[in-house]
Design a protein around this ligand. Structure first.
Ligand code: SF4
Length: 281
C-alpha cells in the first residue's frame, strides 16, 4: 500500500539525529570501551580508555559533542518502493535537516563547497547521502557523522584474485599500521570486499554501522574478522597511539559478488567516536 511521508517530517528527524549521533556514543561501543579497559595491558592505555569513557559520559549528560570534529554528515536512507514523499525533494529535506541540526546542536561546520577552493559552506551541507530502495512502505534513516582524522587514513586497493584472503589480510594490516595514531584509536575497521571499486568503498562505510557486539553471520567471515582483530591488536598502537593492546574494538566485513578478474578491497577506519543515530518514519 502506498504511504505518503511529508518532507518536513524527514527534515525534523534528520535534525534530531544529527544532534543525537554527535552527542551519544552508541551503547555497544560504550560497553566495549569499558570491557577493553579492564583487559588493556598498558597502564597508560587503561588511563586513556578511562578518559574516553568519561568524555562519552559527559557528552551524553550535557548534550555536547563527543569530539570537536563533528564530521561530514553521511546519511543512509532506506526507503520502501511504496513510499511517496510530499512537500519537497528528498535530498533537499535531508540537507535542510543537517543544516538545522548542526546549527541547533552547536556542531562544528566542517564542509567546504569545493574540494579545491576550500570555502566553508557554513552549515555543514551537503551531506553524503546513500539511498537503498527496498520492498514495502518503510522509511529508515541513519545519520553517521564521519570525522576525517579516521576517514583520511582509509584506503582502497584493487587486488588480483590470486592474492586471495592472504592479500586481503596483508592490505588491511598495512593500512592500519600506516594509520598509526592518526585515526584516534581504538578504531573500528570497516572492510568492503568485492563488487566494483566504488561498491567496495560503500560497503566498507556501511560496515561501520554494525554493532561492535555482533559477529558476521557467515562463519568464514566471522573467523576472518576475529583473526584480523587479534592481529591488529597485536600491532601495539594502543589507545590514542600511546601503546597497548586495544588498537581496534571491532573488525566488520561486508562482501558482494565481483568480477572474475578482480578483488576490490576497501578499508574504512572509524575512530573511537564512530557515531550514528537511527530513526524511522
Ligand atoms: S578521528 Fe574521530 S576522534 Fe579523532 S578527531 Fe576525528 S572525529 Fe574526533
Amino acid at each position: 500500500m502506498i504511504r505518503t511521508i511529508q518532507a518536513d517530517d524527514i527534515t525534523n528527524l534528520v535534525e534530531k539525529l544529527c544532534i543525537e549521533a554527535n552527542c551519544n556514543l552508541t551503547e555497544d561501543i560504550f560497553i566495549c570501551l569499558n570491557n577493553c579497559r579492564s583487559k588493556e595491558k598498558s597502564s597508560l592505555g587503561k588511563e586513556i580508555l578511562g578518559t574516553l569513557i568519561e568524555n562519552a559520559e559527559i557528552a551524553k549528560s550535557e548534550t555536547s559533542p563527543i569530539c570537536q570534529d563533528t564530521g561530514m554528515a553521511v546519511v543512509f536512507v532506506t526507503i520502501g518502493q511504496d513510499v511517496h514523499i510530499e512537500g519537497q525533494l528528498l535530498e533537499k529535506a535531508v540537507n535542510e535537516g543537517v543544516r538545522r541540526g548542526y546549527e541547533k546542536g552547536y556542531l562544528r561546520k566542517s564542509v567546504v563547497k569545493d574540494p579545491l577552493d576550500r570555502v566553508n559552506t557554513k552549515d555543514n551541507t551537503p551531506a553524503v547521502i546513500h539511498y537503498d530502495i527496498v520492498e514495502g512502505n518503510t522509511f529508515n534513516i541513519v545519520v553517521a557523522p564521519k570525522g576525517f582524522g579516521s576517514e583520511n587514513m582509509s584506503q582502497l586497493r584493487m587486488l588480483k584474485p590470486s592474492q586471495g584472503i592472504e592479500g586481503v589480510k596483508d592490505f588491511v594490516l598495512n593500512t592500519i599500521s600506516e594509520a598509526g595514531a592518526n585515526p584516534c584509536p581504538p578504531i573500528i575497521v570497516g572492510i568492503g570486499i568485492g563488487g566494483t571499486m566504488e561498491k567496495s568503498a560503500y560497503l566498507s562505510k556501511k560496515a561501520l554501522l554494525r554493532p561492535v557486539s555482533e559477529h558476521n553471520e557467515n562463519s568464514m567471515l566471522a573467523q576472518l574478522e576475529a583473526e584480523l582483530l587479534e592481529s591488529i591488536n597485536s600491532l601495539g598502537i594502543g589507545p590514542a597511539g600511546f601503546g597497548g593492546t586495544t588498537t581496534a574494538l571491532s573488525v566488520n566485513i561486508l562482501t558482494y559478488p565481483t568480477h572474475i578478474a578482480g578483488l576490490p578491497v576497501s578499508v574504512n577506519i572509524g575512530c573511537h567516536a564512530t557515531r550514528h543515530a537511527e530513526g524511522n518514519l
